[in-house]
Write a protein that binds this ligand. Structure first.
Ligand SMILES: Cc1ncc(COP(=O)(O)O)c(C=O)c1O
Length: 383
């Protein structure tokens, strides 16, 4: 555990608490809650006897059915072609389950950099080795570099699209090339799609699990935390290859036994309304994103921000030799704005920051970005 990084959001949260009035562009959360129908469903579930006992390990049948329908409709994944669904307490847990099901200690898992920090942490906790492979200058996948990193110990390649921390959306061509590579080399492709509905400017989301022949080696991870604003209810799920059912059952039984029952009722009610619920929030985020990109774009050449068409992040590359954690601390202490240093995402060479804009109203984000821009100029000695 000593070798594993501390949860960065908590570290930054601590600093924020010590500097009241700080605007947080740190944590990756949305500013809205679940649909009213879901909250109502929670109310009635509390009093039902069936809410208080263990339920089906893979998830309540109504929720699993709703998920299967959604996978077919929105992701092009037909589970009758060799996949199974498992509901978990959030997408992070689905990732851990998948790792435990497919690896043994000493195995390697390829992570494109920047990575989602909990993926690296989970791989290390499972006794495996994260093999870090750089993305290109636009944070896009470098499939040739991934191919070159594969060894006899490699078990899986992980992708996150839309991406945390960069906001980049990987195009179908790259995902297909990588998914095919995984198939040909006997590897799993673990595809984290927590931000599947968060894309902008006509850019579409592609699920690798929808590719022909993908079912046998693709594990697709999803979360209700962002889409339905229900991070605290802890519901995620995955579609995974049928032959892993025995292994997944062992992991689920040991770690969760069954997903929280009332949360599943809330999830099923939320999913009944479908992703239309989040579309208006995504439309508002699209406007906020324009403001963020324009303001940060004005920092050139001090900083650059590659195109970010998804999630609610962008990843700022700063031309300085300064230590990003020190800069982040000063931004909070002296300029009352918080961002996450890129080191948490494996960007250890250079100075990078993840900017998250999902948690705040437009005016607050604009104020926060203003503070970030002037703060970086002051700290780094720009104009
Ligand atoms: C890429 C990615 N996967 C998974 C998660 C966690 O989702 P959940 O709340 O469902 O565990 C997050 C949360 O920020 C994320 O960014």
């Amino acid at each position: 555990m000593d070798a594993i990084q501390a949860p960065i959001v908590a570290v930054i949260g601590d600093l924020i608490r010590r500097s009241p009035g700080t605007i947080s562009l740190g944590q990756g959360v949305v500013h809205y809650g679940p649909p009213p129908a879901a909250i109502q469903a929670a109310g009635s579930a509390v009093g039902r006897d069936s809410s208080h006992g263990y339920q089906d390990a893979s998830g309540q049948p109504e929720l699993v059915r709703a998920i299967e329908t959604k996978l077919r409709r929105d992701n092009g994944i037909d589970v009758s072609r060799g996949s199974r669904v498992m509901v978990t307490a959030g997408g992070n847990m689905a990732f851990v389950h998948a790792l435990l099901a497919i690896t043994e200690p000493g195995d390697e898992v390829v992570l494109p950099v920047p990575f989602y920090f909990n993926h690296e942490m989970a791989i290390q906790m499972a006794g495996c080795r994260p093999v870090l492979v750089n993305t290109d200058a636009r944070y896009q996948l470098d499939v040739d570099a991934i191919r070159a990193a594969i060894t006899s110990r490699t078990r899986a390649v992980v992708t996150v699209s839309p991406n945390n921390p960069t906001g980049v959306v990987f195009p179908e061509r790259a995902l297909l090339e990588l998914n095919t590579l995984c198939r040909d080399r006997g590897l799993y492709h673990v595809s984290d799609e927590a931000y599947e509905y968060f894309t902008y400017g006509g850019v579409g989301h592609v699920s690798p699990g929808s590719f022909a022949d993908a079912a046998a080696h693709t594990i697709s991870l999803y979360s209700l935390s962002k889409t339905y604003g229900m991070a605290g209810w802890r519901i995620g799920y995955m579609a995974y290859p049928e032959p892993l059912a025995g292994a997944m059952a062992k992991v689920q039984d040991t770690i969760l036994i069954c997903p929280p029952v009332i949360s599943q009722v809330v999830a099923a009610a939320a999913m009944e309304g479908g992703p239309e619920y989040c579309r208006r929030f995504v439309a508002a985020l699209a406007d906020i994103r324009q403001v963020v990109m324009a303001e940060l774009g004005a920092l050139e050449p001090l900083c650059s921000v590659p195109q970010a068409d998804g999630a609610f992040y962008c990843c700022l590359r700063v031309n300085t030799a300064a230590d990003p954690m020190r800069v982040a601390e000063r931004l909070i202490r002296e300029h009352r704005v918080a961002v996450i240093p890129g080191t948490a995402f494996g960007l250890t060479h250079g100075c990078y920051f993840r900017v998250a804009y999902g948690a705040l109203e437009q005016a607050t984000v604009a104020e926060g970005i203003g503070r970030l821009v002037s703060g970086l100029r002051r700290i780094l000695g720009g104009s």
